[in-house]
Design a protein around this ligand. Structure first.
Ligand SMILES: [Cu+2]
Length: 218
């Protein structure tokens, strides 16, 4: 009886430990803040892909982050310095669709209220024409929204697994913004791109490392 009880106790302990380890696990944070010289802008390069192709959910859409060494990391968490200009480049490899809420077709909160889409200055995308939007880059608490134009659904050379390289069909979006004081600012995509989940808003739309993350201003 004592041995059986001890074994049950050990099994219960292991189950709790495993569950906690899972809950503790989180994508890594890419550090753009340490060694930063005051007054210098920070370059933040991201990509958005239709299928990540590896990890726990290989079929999910995702963002990826390029670390300062140039390596692509599957994460949406960044440490950035306060009161600093962030020059963002997003390589958008996914197809698009019309928006449910046209509000997210506007560029807001960026320097000049604009972005460049493949080099052309733009402040609005009409998602009902052309390829529609693949994703958005949105930081609600800072009023920042940037719509990411989709690639053509008949693109000849789409990327099927991340990290994608620029020889695959993509759109290049660039914009800048200035970080506020220290704090954690959640950001996310507002296109319901969680295919196969209720209203497209589950799965990758609810998971840090895929379609949402934190701008950690330090
Ligand atoms: Cu998305």
């Amino acid at each position: 009886m004592a041995i059986v009880l001890a074994l049950i106790g050990i099994a219960a302990g292991l189950s709790v430990f495993t569950a906690m380890a899972y809950l503790r696990s989180s994508p890594p944070t890419v550090n753009f803040a340490s060694g930063h010289q005051a007054g210098k802008p920070v370059d933040l390069t991201l990509q958005t892909v239709g299928t990540i192709g590896f990890g726990a959910h290989p079929s999910w859409v995702s963002y990826l982050t390029q670390d300062p060494g140039g390596k692509w990391v599957h994460t949406t968490l960044w440490d950035v310095p306060a009161h600093t200009q962030i020059n963002v480049t997003i390589l958008q490899y996914d197809t698009g669709s019309p928006l449910r809420n046209q509000f997210y077709g506007q560029v807001t909160g960026t320097e000049g209220g604009t972005m460049t889409l493949n080099g052309t200055v733009t402040s609005l995308i009409d998602s009902n024409s052309g390829n529609g939007l693949g994703h958005t880059f949105t930081i609600p608490t800072l009023g920042i929204n940037v719509p990411l134009y989709g690639i053509s659904s008949s693109a000849k050379n789409p990327c099927s697994a991340a990290p994608c390289t620029p020889n695959y069909d993509h759109n290049t979006v660039k914009f800048s913004f200035v970080t506020p004081g220290p704090g954690q600012y959640p950001w996310q995509c507002f296109i319901p791109c969680g295919l196969g989940y209720l209203y497209g808003t589950g799965g990758p739309m609810q998971t840090i490392g895929y379609m949402d993350g934190f701008l950690k201003v330090v």
